[in-house]
Ligand binder design. Structure first.
Ligand code: ZN
Length: 963
């Protein structure tokens, strides 16, 4: 085994079984260069490759983040402008991205198709080892920063990373973490912002950028991680024969040393509040060093203690702070992915005069708890963490990549790659240690009396956004006024060259350098998702027989189509409150412990599903309960769920008054950081009943509904209706049970139990008429310099039928047009067009410095598609990418959930196959029809812009909301 390693210049230095992953790990070193490679050989046809470099920043210019973007803009064997984008167009990848951490930069790719996998590996290796950045200074200017000169002589900074980080810096959480890193690690590279501080990004020179690549991106500094059924010999041969050939061992950059304990004191940071009610919201943040990367058991125990102290409102630390009326919420988490993980405590919604009391209360709680922890609560946290870690459910994220993160978490710092891959007896050992005061001692050492700490106080200062903009303008004015005529001319020429490069097209010869799949690789139908329907005790069952390792995933769907439109938000509020309020039998605190002892997850929500696109008022609406449990705990989990559904006390006003501001704040932060999703919701809401329900149950309308509950009268009146709303909905006559797992018994057991335990109630008869309100042009003001723009409408009701060709049009317009026009030239971090099979068509931009310009650009999508089709269009490339997009990786539980969603939307396997056939056979003529649909819909569409005043103001919407 592995004799090929020798042939290609590698030496296998380690081979260990990894039974928990049914695998074997091989570690091998490339003798000539020192490149370090690990392969986790395990049965997974989704193959993972990742190359990572230790990259330790020496300033806040974001040089490694800019490099991460830049090496993907062309390389010596693949001399196209953006190989990364070409791969997005034309690969079947299940993951394709690059990531900048605080101490490493990582380039991972995954695919189920071997030829595709090898293509991705080749392009990525060429990108990191032979990038075009040495010959093309435009890459640095585009991805990092450059001066954008307007005709009147004014200048501004532009650049993809520059704008990306401006967006990131609008989040107070980002500011707190950066300040804590500075305070906790004053002597190591962790004190710097590896992503780049927008105020320092323009300090980066092209020379420093190039020399960082030369120094850090060498084979000797590389880690290569492989996972799954990879063609090892091909990978080793490519490495040794091409990228490592003739290279010498230049030495590995050692990991950052550990920071000696230091008290970082108290640091004050200003942030820009987003609305009037945020003005009183200061934040108390504290960082505490928690150990080093190789203390796996200790760090796991610290995680358990963090949940114990602050996982919910009944955890002792949160409880004490809420009881004293000092704050709105408390969060505590372990920040890992570094050599020296630290604890991040955040107390949010604190008034200025309470900041000191927060500090005192924390100290008191920790002192009290160190005298003796509540065993049952501690056991509940340990049980839940063990469930999650053994479950390894990553949704649509590749497990091989999760393994890469775990492996690098030890390997990069001098440990073995397998050190974190398995759990072993760790949880049993911790259960044993729980008896003798181990956790109390740890609480004392890490949380209470830790000499290595820092405190950050964040203060809302409305003028700080303007002050930041003023500093930027002053700096620009200083720089530009010092330019000689010659220098100004030079900058002008650089800008012209940049635009010329950005607008130039790759030649067919250049594009032909990229390896390509063939039609044969994609002539496949969508993988069927297991679904059997049955009925037991009169309850319809949806069964998804999938191997789940002894875990049962259950979803209860209660028909809620008849919920009156004015009650949608209230029913959604009931869902948000369930499991967090007391029941007739248990206090909310007892309930939170019980839930962790018997289930792996438990969630309540109101969900809507559109039906056919011809009828925009056709929808399904379900009150849903989702939970997971070990098969042996299913009875207890069912009992708990029924108790919560039937016995919750909605009169518990003190708990409700704590929970609502927390939920509101979560939504507020989502609007600021993911404004495109909010804007999409606003644009779609008037287009269909299903989207109207979504808007009212979880999006901006729901946020506004929660704000109305700040009025105590309205809150009391609303709370008084929740019980009867829920009682009408959570009834046996309305129930469908979905079960994902191996055993049929679980489904039968669940149905029989629920038939008995739930009130029969009345079935849902006629659906309510949910009439969407007319749309208008809207703006939502947030505290940021950038924004999010969305323009959209629907073809539903216009006689157009959806076809798989639309997904090809979507791919062509997104990557062939919007990527260039809005991201590359416009400087927005993200953009695209979406065409839904139920009718909506919309374009969006993300972290956009020019929302008004993007709204104009969106209108050119149809014409772009027409022009594109006039030349000889390369439909194969885009078709491959569209097939890849339509075939995401799904964990067992995600397969069950997606299958349920298809069922509720009335989407059958035959439909999926027909859509795939239409995609594979899409001809230019069909795409032309979609160009017309895009034009018609967008020209008659409406828009929503979420952004700073400058962004919203430039669009002049008819309605503007503040938060
Ligand atoms: Zn980035």
């Amino acid at each position: 085994m592995l004799s090929c390693a020798n042939t290609y210049g590698f030496e296998v230095t380690r081979e260990v079984p990894v039974p928990e992953l049914s695998g074997r790990l091989y570690r091998m070193i490339h003798r000539a260069t020192g490149l370090d490679l690990a392969w986790l050989d395990r049965p997974d046809d989704n193959k993972t490759f990742a190359v990572a470099f230790t990259t330790l920043p020496e300033d806040d210019t974001g040089v490694f983040h800019i490099l991460e973007h830049s090496v993907l803009c062309g390389s010596s064997r693949y001399p196209v402008k953006e190989p990364f984008v070409e791969l997005m167009k034309s690969s079947l990848n299940t993951f394709l991205n690059a990531l900048t951490f605080q101490d490493k930069t990582m380039y991972p790719v995954c695919s189920r198709n071997e030829a595709d996998f090898m293509n991705l590996v080749s392009v990525y290796l060429d990108a990191v080892f032979c990038p075009a950045i040495y010959e093309k200074p435009e890459i640095f200017r585009q991805e990092g920063w450059h001066y954008e000169l307007s005709v009147d002589g004014a200048a501004e900074y532009r650049g993809v990373v520059f704008n990306e980080m401006k967006g990131a810096f609008a989040d107070p959480d980002e500011l707190a973490v950066n300040a804590l890193n500075r305070g906790l690690f004053p002597d190591t590279s962790y004190r710097f912002v590896s992503g780049g501080d927008p105020e320092h990004i323009p300090d980066l020179t092209p020379e420093a950028f190039i020399s960082a690549h030369r120094r850090y991106y060498s084979p000797s500094n590389a880690f290569v991680f492989l996972d799954g059924s990879v063609p090892l010999e091909k990978v080793l041969s490519l490495l040794d024969g091409v990228y490592l050939k003739g290279r010498k061992d230049t030495g590995r950059i050692p990991p950052s040393p550990l920071q000696a304990p230091v008290d970082g004191g108290v640091v004050h940071v200003d942030y820009e509040p987003g609305s009037a009610d945020q003005m009183t919201k200061h934040r108390f943040a504290r960082g505490l060093a928690a150990g080093s990367f190789d203390q796996k058991e200790r760090l796991t125990a610290v995680r358990i203690l963090s949940s114990y102290l602050a996982a919910n409102n009944h955890a002792p630390l949160t409880r004490a702070i809420l009881d004293a009326g000092l704050a709105e919420d408390v969060q505590l988490q372990l920040m890992d992915d570094m050599i020296q993980p630290w604890l991040y405590l955040q107390v949010t919604g604190v008034s200025a005069d309470n900041l000191e009391a927060v500090d005192r209360t924390i100290a008191q709680v920790l002192k009290d708890q160190a005298d003796g922890l509540d065993r049952e609560r501690l056991m509940a946290e340990l049980t839940r963490l063990e469930f999650r870690m053994r479950e390894r459910d990553y949704g649509s994220f590749p497990p091989g990549l999760a393994n890469a993160f775990l492996a690098l978490g030890s390997w990069q710092y001098g440990g073995e790659p397998e050190d974190n891959l398995e759990i072993g007896t760790m949880f049993d050992d911790l259960r044993e240690k729980m008896k003798d005061g181990h956790f109390e001692r740890l609480l004392h050492d890490v949380f209470a009396d830790n000499p290595h700490r820092c405190t950050v106080l964040l203060h809302p200062v409305p003028s700080c956004g303007q002050a930041r903009r003023d500093r930027e303008s002053a700096r620009l004015a200083g720089e530009t006024s010092a330019w000689s005529e010659k220098e100004r001319g030079e900058k002008q020429r650089q800008q012209e060259k940049l635009v010329a490069w950005q607008t130039s097209k790759d030649s067919p010869e250049q594009l032909a350098t990229l390896p390509r799949l063939t039609w044969e690789d994609i002539r496949q139908m969508p993988e069927p998702l297991p679904l059997e329907s049955a009925e037991i005790s009169g309850i319809p069952l949806l069964l998804h027989r999938i191997s789940t390792n002894g875990i049962v995933y259950v979803t209860l769907f209660f028909d809620a189509e008849d919920v009156p439109p004015e009650d949608i938000s209230a029913l959604s509020l009931a869902a948000d409150l369930l499991s967090r309020l007391p029941t007739a039998r248990h206090s909310a605190s007892e309930l939170s412990v019980l839930a962790k002892l018997v289930s792996g997850s438990l969630a309540f929500s109101l969900a809507s599903f559109e039906r056919e696109h011809e009828d925009r008022s056709a929808f399904r609406c379900k009150f849903t309960v989702s939970f997971s449990a070990l098969e042996k705990d299913l009875d207890r989990a069912l009992e708990l769920v029924t108790e919560i559904l039937t016995e919750t006390d909605f009169g518990a006003m003190s708990e409700i008054s704590e929970l609502i501001p927390q939920r509101r704040q979560q939504l507020f932060e989502r609007i600021v950081t993911a404004g495109h999703a909010v804007a999409v919701g606003r644009v779609l809401a008037p287009l269909s009943s299903a989207d109207t329900i979504r808007e009212r149950s979880s999006r901006f309308d729901y946020y506004r509904f929660l704000r109305t509950l700040e009025n105590p009268e309205t809150l009391r009146e609303t709370a008084s209706r929740l019980s009867s709303l829920l009682k009408n909905t959570a009834a046996g006559a309305r129930l469908t049970v979905s079960v994902t797992g191996e055993s049929d018994d679980s489904a039968a057991k669940a149905a029989r139990f629920l038939r008995q335990a739930l009130p029969a109630g009345a079935p849902c008869t006629a659906p309510a008429s949910i009439v969407p309100e007319a749309g208008s042009t809207e703006g939502i003001l947030i505290p940021a310099d950038i924004g999010f723009a969305v323009l959209g409408g629907t073809f539903a009701g216009t006689g157009v039928s959806y076809s798989g060709a639309a997904s090809l049009a979507e791919k062509i317009v997104s990557l062939g047009h919007l990527w260039n026009a809005v991201r590359v030239r416009g400087g927005a971090y993200g953009t695209g067009i979406a065409i839904r099979n139920t009718g909506p068509v919309f374009c969006y931009s993300y972290r956009d410095p020019n929302c008004a310009g993007s709204l104009q650009t969106f209108l050119s999508c149809g014409q772009f598609l027409r022009d594109y089709l006039k030349q000889e269009p390369d439909l194969l490339a885009y078709t491959i990418g569209a097939v890849g997009d339509a075939s995401p990786l799904l964990s067992p539980s995600a397969k069950g959930a997606v299958s349920d969603s298809h069922y509720l939307r009335g989407l059958t396997q035959e439909d999926r196959c027909r859509i795939r056939e239409e995609l594979l056979n899409a001809a230019p003529g069909q795409l032309l029809q979609w160009a017309d649909v895009i034009d018609d819909v967008l020209k008659g569409g409406s828009y929503c812009v979420v952004g700073g005043e400058n962004q919203v103001g430039a669009c002049a919407p008819s309605v503007t909301y503040t938060l």
